[in-house]
Design a binder for this molecule. Sequence first.
Ligand code: ADP
Ligand code: ZN
Ligand code: ZN
Length: 723
Amino acid sequence: MPAVVRVALPVPVPSLFDYLPGPVPPAPGSRVLVPFGRRRLVGVVADVRDHAEVEPARLKPLLRVLDGTPLLDAELLASVAWAADYWLGAPGEAYANALPLALREPRPLPELHEEAWTLTTAGRSALDAGSRRGGSRDLLRFLAGADGAAAAGTLDAALPGWRAAARRLAAAGLIARAAPPPAPAAPATPAPPLGPEQRAAVDAVAASFGRFQPFLLDGVTGSGKTEVYLALIAQALAQGKQSLLLVPEIGLAPQTVRRLRERLGVPVEVLHSNLAEGERARAWLRARSGEARVILGTRSAVFTPLPQAGLVIVDEEHDGAYKQQEGFRYHARDLALVRARALGVPALLGSATPSLETLANVEAGRYRALHLRARPRAARPPQVQIVDMRAQRLEHGLSPALLAAVGEAVARGEQALVFRNRRGYAPVLLCHACGWHAQCPRCERPLTLHAARRELLCHHCGHRAHLPATCPACGAAELKPQGQGTERLEQALAACFPQTPVLRIDRETTRRRDAFERLLDGLREDQPAILVGTQMLAKGHDLPNLTLVAIVGVDEGLHSVDFRAGERLAQLVVQVAGRAGRAAKPGRVLLQTHHPDHPLLRSLLAQGYAAAARELLTERRLAALPPYAHQALLRAEAHQRAAVDDFLAAAAAALPAGGDLRVLGPMPAPMPLRAGRARGQLLLEADRRGGLHAALRPWAAALGTLPAARRVRWSLDVDPVDL
Ligand code: ADP
Ligand code: ZN
Ligand code: ZN
């Protein structure tokens, strides 16, 4: 008879909580309702043990077992436990990420499909005969108009108060609960015959079905990686297996979903955080029941149950969006690999610009690399040319050579993209007379000028300020915008090319839902146009008439103190360049810089990403930096700098002595002040991951008990990507 149930509760405490079971102890993976202080919380049973670590007399009993059969199967339970241990999160917070919100409430599980209602034959006759009035008639009419059936959510929006009418009509046999929508029997559109490299990649992965093997699918944009995913998902489907496909952003999802649905002819579940909670829970449950065969999702979809798993794919595996930057700081790509191992299925990581971590794993023989070098549709890979902007007369930051190239492209009736990774009009507003510049009082960083909104905005904390008419320091009238953001480039290009539509694509112009897709849909394929945008433009959406890509303002990336800046810059340049010449027309890429001789740019342009990545890896090895060393970062912030310093000093003192741990700091964070809070950090490094974790585990557990911890907000980040 087990004496104690260990429960993960959604509280930021790095431990499980013990409770006394009732007569029938719940199985691990079941949800339970428990008393916690004065509250009642829903938790997940992580473990059932023979004896408690605390005295049984001090334990409270469970209030209720919510699941007869466990909600999480053994694999998911083990993977979540692994994740909580590896990223040193509170177990309850790991589970809170794994379970959709609607499943963390003390209620029975929602049904797999949303409640929907349909007209019966009698109902149709009643409508035709006009025998019902008021709300009843409205509902009959609505259902008739909605192809005979409508979901509860649709009815809630269209006919508030419809439930009363539904009860009456159902009792009279005029409407009935609709069956779940049948799987579309849509004939799958045929796949194009795969090229030899694609064939080889598909065969290699398919040969590993049924066992864990990680693969890197390394192929430039447009080389047909998605076709490889589709072929493999189709093979998994044919074997009755589920596939999970992770993408970094929902922006990428609509196109991919369409492509999957058309090709595979089966329902494709889409899981992302913008989904309504009820829908998300139902999609999660359909995956758990095995009904969902193909699941496409962003970061948190890595927690989808996969009882019949066949394959796990991570597209754009290098993308930083896979790392959660708050709360439970897991990395979805890394967790996807852990799950594939636990599930005994191959994991396929795709990218045109693989992360150095993944390349190091290939180098070490842990992953197998598959290469796609040809681009099936495109004429030839775009040539990247440097535009040396030293001693040039610049037009709002644009060099004559760059403007000439844009002019030539639009004169040929083609489209050009000007890439600048900064929104707003100008990143700095400067007084020419006295040197004052507009600064965020809460971050001590320059405010970005948004000219159209006549506003100064802090891109770090959201602080807003009015645009001063004169210099607040000296009263001079000459306030000068310094540097260029997308808004300024848009204006400059519109002035240079008054006949050509100029389209700006950044977070400001695409705030509304689907705005991004709609803006690009509005672009006539056969018409000239100029696009200006941030990295939102680096991916998604095919633009067949886009033949010129001009990259400006990336020099900051060459001089950053962040050791990952070079890798990010190389990835960004290659990703953005990949947008040019995707169709039959050849593409051209210009990179405007003040540092044409920078070694990274030179190797990237002369020999491509793989060569640049090799050099970056050599540098990392020599400097003993990740992926050749392992890091954890303790961050702290508070209104008082002294509180941060005290906490970090106490944390440093609590570190175990010895081992191969290197301790850097305490030191101020790269942004020492943000949103009015002082920030500091302590960086830990070790050559071996095991050594790092052995030191971290007891330390992480002790941090919360330090008296100084009460006066700061702190977090511990394992494998941080932003130092
Ligand atoms: P990636 O995912 O690597 O960017 P995609 O799979 O989207 O590449 O392929 C790029 C384009 O080439 C798409 O329009 C796709 O339909 C087409 N394509 C890919 N493979 C083939 C093939 N074997 N035959 C014909 N067209 C292909
Ligand atoms: Zn001034
Ligand atoms: Zn600010």
